[in-house]
Design a protein around this ligand. Structure first.
Ligand code: SER
Length: 888
């Protein structure tokens, strides 16, 4: 048992057997502490458990916690590579008691682990206690049998541990290991304690208080325990090494770096390999936890770490990007303990490769400039701030990289000059922005952005986080506070709320703080990097600078994720079924549905829609993971990622892939690959079901599809099913027989209609009209005449009736007035050919129409038709035609 992986397991196992819950490491980006840049101790995830704000189902826990100390309060970046024990990333092993056991048991557990399980010789160990903590000193004597001179009392803050200016705190007791008298250094508390001989391996904190404000300290609800042991340090002890970089894990990483560069980790190259090994861990774990390189905040710290390693890769003579090639070695060493490394491997590799590719373009030129500028400088000299700023601004050299490059020559940088140059540039940017003509209403966001900096978006990994209110805007004006009832925009330093973009609607949810709550109804991006939560203060008063908890509406976000991922699947399926001319023209990802507009010249057939839907659902059922990677736009497009034409993308883009192609070119390859900044499901199975519900045109050559997913799709199908069942019940048959039966009924109806028409015709020509008009042919003005009012005959059937009438008369004039239930009338007049010289059907029908209260009418001299609003005048119409004949 001496490899790092075995030591980690042994630690957790030991505490598990002692009744502790083994809890997974929390992410490096703290969700529960907006003031912390990175998680830097095991207790961070338990902060609220200690203070009683949060309760967990266990009162003892043990973890192996990922920690980063670079940027912010604890910053070890500059020392890494040059010392035996500094790391940017390290693992902290810890055991925790939340009001369960306290000092005595904590000391007993620690002592037994290191002396019995780990077998460390007792005479190599000594401890410190806070100077007034007699109880702790007493327990060490009783449990460990340590003599007084090995229990050192320390009066300084070294033995009073505090998380920060506020938060849980208490006296602590540290366990030291003596690496032997061949190494210089004195015991803790002695003048040469900073030497490397006595090394702190474990810190036991007796959490007793909470620092509420700088001045106020209160007792915790129950005394608790928080311990932290650096895994790399204890591994060095157990592996008989003095230097953390000589433990198995670092040896393996350094070996990989040696193999990739062909340069041994010796002499002046030793530090470079160490920097690379350390920074590889920090960068990879940060990327796996959702941090991506940028020019601000956490992303900038990551960029600094990456670029520092990349400069050392260049020092080692690496010709091509190096870091990404070491990722497999890291995953081999640590992937089992931290599966997020395995899951994130593609994203990690591509992010490292992209950053190094881009940075190498300017690195050599920047170093050349630096060499020229410092040619004449020697130890104790300073590089001017202007040059350092030029390196920063034009060549992408973070300040600490320039400092690092000059360190070995004893040259420093004029920081005041650097800061002045930075300020000048910002002022110029402000000036040019003011003249750019942006809407005045948006001016407020620029001012907020200047003051608050960009908002850090945490929402790819979490739906809940803490933050600090940076700005409040009411009626377009920045304000210091807002009260219940106010409608406001809220800017927080970090947020899990997604700001509307790429068709995906902004998140809603709640923001709460001490005595106030804000209901967020929308989130929008503003002013280059701000996420603004819009909503209403529902109670209390919110002020800038206050700590808040942000909680995204989980159900709504879950639906948004499903609909966004389904949009990608439908997009790809449309391209496969209809052709690659299909390009996105618009998209709306709402919680209740998705809408997708795309180029296609004609309607989509039912059969095509069915195939699109089937294909999308095939990928849903695959239930493969949805992966996100970061690449340059060119690489992404070369990989076949779908990008939106005309869309402006940054240098780096997120590439979202899902599913595996089933047939054709895509078989076995990622099914959908798109540039996308949206939030997606974890695995395609989370979508549940994709159901297309409509297809139509929006503009020439642009079609629109609407679809539902998951529960909405199920409900939609359920409603359709209910309707079908209701029809079946009415017909008293099984649902399966409905289509055939409905078809049969329609056929039957058609047949009956035909029969009915025939019957009515016969009736109309027969002895008695429905209205009781005499049916005998008459002779009017010497011509044969047949006039009838008929009901139940459709207007279109009047002409055939008139034809039949003409035929039965042989020579004469026929008039049929059809009356409808709504009292409208239609009239047809027919004149046999031999009489068209004397009478025009058109003239006669107009006469009839006038009698019916209508006007007009049209047709030919032998057959004309008209209508009128008053069917009760049917007899009058017939009489009017008779009169017209007589008068002619
Ligand atoms: N919180 C303490 C530390 O960081 C012990 O875990 O040292």
């Amino acid at each position: 048992m001496s490899g790092v992986n075995e030591i980690r397991s042994a630690f957790l196992d030991y505490f598990r057997k002692e009744g502790h819950e083994v809890v997974a490491s929390s992410p490096l980006v703290p969700r529960n502490d907006p003031t912390l840049m990175f998680t830097n101790a095991g207790m961070v995830q338990f902060k609220n458990v200690f203070t009683g704000l949060e309760s967990r189902p266990y009162s003892r826990a043990t973890t192996s916690q990922k920690c980063v100390r670079a940027g912010g309060k604890h910053n070890d970046l500059d020392n890494v590579g040059y010392t035996a024990r500094h790391h940017t990333f390290f693992e902290m092993l810890g055991n925790f008691s939340f009001g369960d056991y306290f000092k005595e048991r904590a000391i007993e557990l620690a002592w037994n682990l290191i002396t019995r399980e780990f077998g460390i010789a007792k005479d190599r160990l000594l401890v410190t206690v806070y100077h007034t903590d007699d109880a702790a000193a007493g327990f060490w004597k009783k449990i460990a049998g340590l003599p007084e001179d090995r229990i050192i009392r320390i009066a300084t803050s070294d033995n009073f541990w505090a998380m920060g200016d506020t938060g849980p705190c208490g006296p602590c007791s540290e366990i030291f290991y003596d690496h032997g008298d061949d190494i210089p250094g004195g015991p803790p508390g002695s003048p040469d304690e900073d030497g490397d001989r006595f090394i702190e391996i474990w810190n036991l904190v007796f959490m007793q208080f909470e620092q509420v404000t700088k001045a106020e300290r209160v007792e915790l609800p129950r005394p608790s325990i928080d311990t932290g042991m650096g895994l790399e340090r204890i591994a060095a002890v157990l592996q008989g090494e003095h230097d953390n970089y000589d433990i198995d894990l670092f040896k393996a990483l350094i070996r990989a770096s040696e193999e990739a560069t062909g340069v041994k980790a010796e002499g002046k190259n030793r530090a470079s390999h160490r920097v690379i090994a350390d920074h590889l861990r920090a960068s990879s774990f940060l990327i796996a936890d959702g941090v991506l390189p940028s020019n601000e905040g956490r992303g900038y710290v990551l960029r600094r770490i990456m670029r520092r390693a990349m400069r050392h890769a260049q020092l080692l003579g690496a010709r091509d990007p190096l870091m990404w090639r070491l990722v497999p070695a890291l995953v081999r060493e640590m992937g089992q303990a931290y599966p997020e490394l395995v899951r994130g491997q593609p994203l990690i590799s591509e992010t490292l490769k992209l950053e190094e590719t881009r940075f190498r373009k300017t690195l050599a030129r920047g170093l050349g400039l630096l060499a020229d500028a410092t040619e004449t400088l020697g130890s104790g000299d300073r590089l001017d701030g202007e040059t350092a700023f030029k390196l920063y601004d034009t060549y992408g050299f973070p300040l600490d990289l320039t400092q690092d490059a000059l360190r070995q020559r004893g040259v420093s940088v004029d920081l005041d000059g650097f800061n002045a140059a930075m300020e000048r540039q910002k002022a110029e940017a402000r000036k040019s922005w003011a003249g750019s003509g942006d809407a005045a209403t948006e001016t407020v966001w620029f001012a907020v952005r200047e003051k608050a900096g960009a908002t850090e978006f945490l929402g790819y990994d979490t739906e809940q986080a803490e933050g600090i209110v940076q700005a409040l805007v009411r009626d377009g004006v920045a304000v210091e506070s807002a009260v219940a009832g106010d409608t406001i925009g809220v800017v927080v330093n970090q947020t899990p709320f997604y700001g509307e973009s790429g068709g995906q609607m902004g998140d809603t949810g709640v923001i709460t703080g001490e005595g106030f709550a804000i209901e967020v109804t929308d989130t929008q991006k503003k002013g280059d990097g701000l996420f603004v939560h819009f909503g209403k203060v529902t109670n209390g008063t919110v002020k800038t600078g206050e700590a808040v908890e942000l909680k995204v509406d989980h159900i709504r976000r879950t639906r948004l994720r499903s609909n966004h991922s389904a949009t990608h699947l439908v997009h790809e399926a449309l391209r496969e079924v209809l052709g690659t001319h299909v390009a996105q023209k618009g998209s709306l990802v709402a919680p209740e549905r998705l809408r997708f507009d795309f180029s296609h010249p004609k309607p989509i057939s039912a059969e095509e829609l069915e195939r699109v839907e089937a294909m999308a659902n095939e990928v849903v059922v695959q239930n493969g993971p949805v992966t996100t990677r970061l690449m340059s736009v060119d690489d992404a497009i070369a990989e076949g990622a779908m990008a939106l034409f005309g869309e402006k993308y940054g240098d780096e883009v997120r590439v979202v892939s899902m599913g595996t192609g089933i047939a054709g070119d895509k078989a076995g390859k990622p099914y959908s690959v798109e540039l996308c900044g949206g939030t997606h499901v974890g695995a395609t199975g989370d979508i549940g079901l994709v159901r297309l519900v409509s297809e139509g045109a929006v503009a020439a050559g642009v079609r629109r599809i609407e679809a539902l997913t998951g529960e909405a799709a199920r409900k939609h199908l359920d409603e359709q099913d209910k309707r079908l069942k209701a029809v079946a019940a009415t017909l008293k048959i099984s649902p399966a027989d409905v289509p055939a039966r409905v078809e049969a009924l329609l056929d039957e109806r058609k047949k009956l209609e035909k029969e009915l028409t025939e019957a009515r015709k016969k009736l109309a020509l027969g002895d008695r009209s429905p209205a009781g008009v005499p049916t005998e042919n008459e002779t009017i003005a010497g011509v044969g005449f047949l006039g009838k009012a008929v009901s139940g005959v459709a207007p279109k059937d009047l002409k055939p009736l008139a034809d039949a009438g003409k035929k039965s008369l042989g020579s004469g004039v026929v008039v049929f007035v059809g009356t409808a239930e709504d009292n409208k009338a239609s009239v047809v007049v027919g004149v046999t050919d031999d009489l068209t010289g004397r009478f025009s059907a058109v003239d006669l029908v107009r006469v009839a129409s006038a009698a019916l209260g209508g006007q007009g009418g049209g047709g030919r001299p032998d057959m004309a038709q008209a209508g009128g609003p008053d069917a009760s005048k049917a007899e009058d119409a017939i009489a009017a035609v008779k009169a017209a004949l007589e008068a002619a």
